[in-house]
Design a protein around this ligand. Structure first.
Ligand code: AMP
Length: 466
């Protein structure tokens, strides 16, 4: 399958080729032809699947081939809502890259920065708006943005937006959009009832597509658990990181304060580390991410929400310093490793009080986990895994009362927590009905290279992050 065969216009194909995209990813294969037909989409795809191009390319093709008849101020025609500033920036940057040979004025609107520049760019007029809900509401209330001309709406990481409490804001925004002739593309890693409700309310007979079955992870990722006493986690983490101090590693912590303390500890111990979480300023977060991507720091310690949507390719290892409170977040966390078919490793440091969380994760993943002590770090308090463990999992220890070091003869001898037979996976789609195909001539197509005009970038509001 090639990008040409998906029906994309030459001005997009050229930009994709320059970015080294050769073949579409599964979500792109499924989403692009349907979105080009004007269908509403309910797409199940996580970060790392190529979802940005899956909604971005059809959106740009629509804008590029159906020029706006400007009589009066330019109003936005496409709106992409994202939960966090980082994701908004990334999506905006990606769309600007894909629209290199188009002239599509755009803005990226999120909170935590002044509104002045945003007022200016909105007043000058944009076709495309990438925004976090909170700051967009501010603009709606100040009447600095007019959403009555929106033709395409994208809800990116809809599940996360709802988790973050953005549902009332999203509904407020939706109430400002035209209901008729609007195409809505909703992307979400999971489909809780609340997402389905939202879709029912605001979408027209959406086509459902999915690239990975709900809550599954790539097969090429190995999952390892190191039991450890809580107070010794820092030492164990340092020990593991020191084994290859140049390996880029993303470490997840549960709290902002905990992440800061951990980052400081690692840094003092000689491992170049940065932390990323919601208490950091926008500048600090972007700098930390940039330093990590460029290899200036080897370890990035992050909270779940701050890390959501950050685009780091081919990360070999993710370490869960704390297990996430919600099992689904484990899936999001390790979605950062093992991308594009490369192998990945997910390591979790698990203390006694996290045994229940681990059981929930194994049950959700339906996957084997390799549980092994690290010599010198065997827990003093053996972990009570419980017999109700994950699926058919044979997690050691059962519900027996804790025994000291009595569970296995050799610390490094691996045991496996089995999760039973694998569920069938793979792409699937359902739904029916076709809208009118879109077509026409490219607007403002450029000759030659260079992204010299068109899109204007602008920072701004809304995305909260933990
Ligand atoms: P996303 O899921 O949109 O965050 O994309 C994950 C990463 O994959 C980004 O770095 C994209 O630039 C990259 N990507 C997306 N689609 C393709 C493709 N068809 N070929 C190669 N890389 C891609």
């Amino acid at each position: 399958m090639s990008f040409e065969s998906l029906g994309l216009a030459p001005f997009l194909l050229r930009a994709l080729a320059e970015q080294g995209y050769e073949t579409p990813t599964p979500i792109q294969e499924q989403a692009i032809p349907l979105a080009l037909e004007g269908r509403d989409l309910l797409a199940g795809a996580q970060t790392g699947t190529g979802k940005t191009a899956a909604f971005g390319l059809p959106l740009l093709q629509h804008l590029g081939t159906n020029p706006q008849a400007v009589d009066g101020p330019r109003r936005p025609r496409a709106l992409v809502l994202t939960p966090t500033r980082e994701l908004a920036t990334q999506v905006h940057d990606s769309l600007r890259g894909y629209s290199k040979y188009l002239r599509i004025p755009s803005a990226c609107i999120y909170g935590g920065v002044g509104m002045g520049n945003q007022f200016d760019v909105l007043r000058r007029g944009v076709d495309l708006l990438v925004a976090c809900p909170g700051r967009l509401i501010d603009h709606i209330e100040r009447r600095s943005v007019d959403l009555s001309g929106i033709e395409i709406l994208v809800l990116d990481e809809a599940d996360r937006m709802l988790d973050m409490g953005f549902l009332p804001s999203i509904k407020k925004i939706l109430a400002k959009l035209p209901r008729q002739n609007r195409q809505t593309l909703l992307f979400s890693a999971t489909f809780e009832e609340s997402i389905k409700q939202l879709a029912l309310e605001f979408m027209r007979n959406p086509e459902q597509i999915q690239v990975t079955p709900k809550n599954t992870v790539a097969e090429n990722i190995s999952h390892r658990v190191h039991p450890v006493d809580g107070p010794r986690k820092r030492e164990l983490l340092l020990h593991l990181l020191a084994q290859d101090s140049r390996e880029q590693t993303l470490v997840f912590g549960r709290t902002k304060h905990g992440c800061d303390k951990l980052a400081m500890f690692l840094d003092k111990s000689g491992i170049k580390t940065a932390a990323i979480h919601g208490n950091k300023s926008q500048g600090q977060r972007l700098r930390a991410l940039g330093d990590f991507k460029a290899g200036r720091v080897t370890v990035l310690v992050a909270t779940d929400i701050a890390a959501r949507g950050i685009d780091i390719n081919e990360l070999p290892k993710v370490i869960n310093y704390d297990l996430p409170m919600v099992a689904e977040d484990y899936v999001h966390r390790i979605g950062r490793t093992g991308r594009n078919g490369s192998t990945g490793q997910a390591i979790s440091l698990v203390a006694q009080d996290e045994a229940k969380l681990l059981r929930q994760i194994v049950r959700l993943l339906d996957k084997d986990m390799d549980i092994r002590d690290v010599p010198g770090f065997e827990p003093q308090t053996p972990i009570r895994w419980g017999n109700s463990a994950p699926g058919k999992a044979e997690l050691p220890g059962g519900d027996r009362s804790p025994r000291k070091h009595a569970r296995r003869p050799h610390a490094e001898a691996p045991r496996h927590a089995h999760a039973g037979p694998k569920k069938a996976g793979g792409g699937q789609r359902d739904g029916a009905g076709r809208g009118a195909p879109r077509g026409g001539q490219p607007q403002g197509q450029r000759r030659g290279g260079g992204n010299t005009g068109g899109g204007r970038s602008q920072g701004g509001g809304g995305g909260r992050a933990s």
